[in-house]
Design a protein around this ligand. Sequence first.
Ligand code: ADP
Length: 215
Amino acid sequence: MRMIIFGPQGSGKGTIASRLGAKLGGIPHVSTGDMLRDEVKRGTEIGKNAAPIMNQGGLVPDSVVNKLLEDRLAKDDAKNGFILDGYPRNITQAHELETKYKIDAAVLLDVPVWLLLSRLTNRRVCRKCGEVYNLVNLRPKVEGVCDKDGGEVYQRDDDKEEAIKERFALYEKVTMPLIEYYRKKGILKQVTCDKLETTPDQNVAAMLSVLGVEG
Ligand code: ADP
């Protein structure tokens, strides 16, 4: 299964994608956002150039992201499939992907704006392993400390209000046409999540159902 998961910032797609991979035979969850944050953390040349763009909620140049992704998907664990999260982010990236892989499904997580805002401003992430928490419905057991590895749980700079506004505007402008693109190709599926109390596992189950896979 080679699939793309789409959803606006705060739709929970990262959390869902990482759990979905396990249910789909262990295929990897490949997030370009996580990969870029890792470059920043390691202080690489790519990271140094990307950090200011990411902090302002802009898009890192296609050439940089395309190369990162190409190298990641060439690894052994992606041989039998992958779940892409955060890529493609525009039509140019979609075309680039198509030159290399046949995509089986693009799933849109449809979440209303009020719920997104609540999720984003309450989102916290582990600085060490990237595990995602939410102060409303997915709190770490000990405040500020990751359940998995004891790392510091913090708020990403791009989850602050100004950056959020910029990212919503970008999502509307650049990413929405992609949804139409995959709809026309006939591989778009949709999962609607419009309740604050819906758990990631319930969303994973809904995803498996639209994909026609037994949970
Ligand atoms: P979110 O889904 O919360 O917006 P991501 O973790 O997917 O955030 O990405 C964080 C940032 O990394 C983006 O705001 C953008 O600057 C950069 N980024 C991630 N993926 C891409 C991509 N495919 N193309 C360009 N920039 C990207």
